[in-house]
Ligand binder design. Structure first.
Ligand code: GLA
Length: 420
């Protein structure tokens, strides 16, 4: 059983010396502004919030479409964040304000269906899910906002759901643990329509500064893997594509894997998920299965192997081999699992010739859009981007956004008494 990141922090967190130092760093200055904007808005419309919660986005170093097959993944929380200010409300309803888009909604649980606003669906689904599990959330005011680009494939929805549940948990003092919060957030996502695995929610909750989370999605236990990348950096290039078919295609991939499992299970009852399969077992039933489904499962088996290899080579500091595994993961996702798109393939193919400067690149997350993850030497980031951006723009008419990211702690309370 791996370490578990501390999730319960006492309600009033003092502004520690360490935190004060952080606020003086230029990167953090911006974060403080985001938090003060949220507190100010809250103060103008309600009173002082009872608490502030920060919830990070995530990247995934390697291990894609393996989580819902009870396989292995290696995600990490990053320094892109949603902040929530939350306080009690006298009425039994939930007043939510999305500061970045200046939209409010009042949720009442008597409503017959999910609200029409996409972002509000997640909150409503969480409230329903909490109730279904026996928790009775009381009414709150909640103002939230931050710097996680939506549709970029870095799990803004997991940050939104996990941050909100964590804030409710702290306020109600239910003492939910990280795995329970992740499961509630995952179930809320299912209610909204994506039949996702648990990687994103788990990563957002259990992130640890400078570490990746080596998660076994069967046992739901993890170890922190050291990520010592020296002069290299994790850089995201955003394909700027947010594919409307992503949820449907994602659910189809999951169904394909499950179809293979349920067929083999008729002959081998011990087989519960793809985790229980291997290449020879698959080969034994191959001629009775849909060939496309067999291809999908083959990819998952190979991706699981890559995660285990990646963990071993990262431990040894072998970044070159790690980078090659990233490229192999991309190739499998693109050609065998078929969840990439032209723009993502372009971004990965463009950086391949920079073999000394870019050790690895791959599409990340569910696919059909979002970002590629690149491992790039810090001195070459500008050079690569200055060639990549115009080349991409010439073909697709848009400049890809770029984000240099750092690995950070998971969801936590944020000091209330910040005075920047
Ligand atoms: C999305 C899902 C995750 C996972 C990835 C693919 O991010 O939310 O559960 O399946 O896609 O690895």
């Amino acid at each position: 059983m791996g370490e578990v990141a501390p999730l319960s922090v006492s309600k009033k967190v003092p502004l520690t010396a360490q935190a004060i130092n952080l606020y003086h760093q230029p990167e953090h200055k911006n974060k403080v502004n985001q938090v003060t904007d949220i507190i100010d808005f809250f103060g103008q419309h309600y009173k002082t919030p009872n608490l502030i919660v920060r919830a990070p986005a995530r990247i995934n170093l390697i291990g894609e479409h393996t989580d819902y097959n009870e396989g292995f993944v290696m995600p990490a929380a990053i320094d892109r964040t949603i902040y929530f200010a939350m306080g009690w409300r006298a009425e039994h309803s939930w007043q939510l304000h999305a500061l970045d888009i200046s939209k409010s909604i009042l949720l009442k649980l008597e409503e017959p269906s999910l609200p029409s606003e996409h972002w509000a669906k997640y909150f409503y689904a969480i409230l329903l899910e909490l109730r279904a599990r026996g928790w009775e959330p009381k009414g709150v005011h909640c103002v939230f906002g931050g710097d996680i680009p939506s549709g970029a494939g870095i799990s803004s929805s997991a940050a939104l759901t996990c941050g909100f549940i964590y804030a409710l948990d702290q306020l109600h003092q239910w003492s939910l643990d990280g795995v329970e919060i992740a499961k509630i957030a995952q179930a809320a996502e299912h209610r909204v329509g994506l039949n996702c695995g648990i990687m994103d929610q788990y990563a957002v909750l259990h992130g640890k500064q400078g570490k990746a989370i080596q998660l076994d999605c069967r046992s739901l236990t993890h170890q922190y893997a050291p990520v010592e990348i020296g002069d290299f950096r994790f850089v995201l290039f955003n394909s700027m594509v947010s594919h409307s078919l992503a949820d449907t295609e994602y659910n189809k991939r999951r169904a394909a894997c499950e179809a293979v499992v349920s067929f083999i299970q008729q002959h081998k009852p011990d087989v519960q998920t793809v985790r229980d399969l291997n290449a020879s077992l698959l080969a034994a039933y191959e001629d009775q299965l849909e060939p496309l489904n067999v291809r999908r499962v083959r990819f998952v088996l190979s991706e699981n192997e890559r995660v285990l290899k990646a963990a071993a080579v990262l431990q040894q500091g072998d970044l070159k081999t790690f980078g090659q595994l990233m490229f192999q993961s991309h190739d499998g996702l693109s050609k065998v699992y078929e969840v990439s798109c032209e723009e993502l393939d372009f971004l990965v193919d463009f950086v391949r010739p920079f073999s000394e400067q870019v050790l690895g690149a791959r599409m990340m997350g569910g696919g059909f859009g979002g970002c590629t993850l690149n491992l790039i030497h810090k001195d070459a980031i500008d050079l690569v981007y200055e060639q990549l951006a115009p080349a991409f723009e010439a073909v697709y008419g848009l400049r890809p956004d770029r984000h240099i990211v750092q690995l950070r702690d998971g969801v936590s309370l944020y000091p209330l008494n910040v005075n920047p």
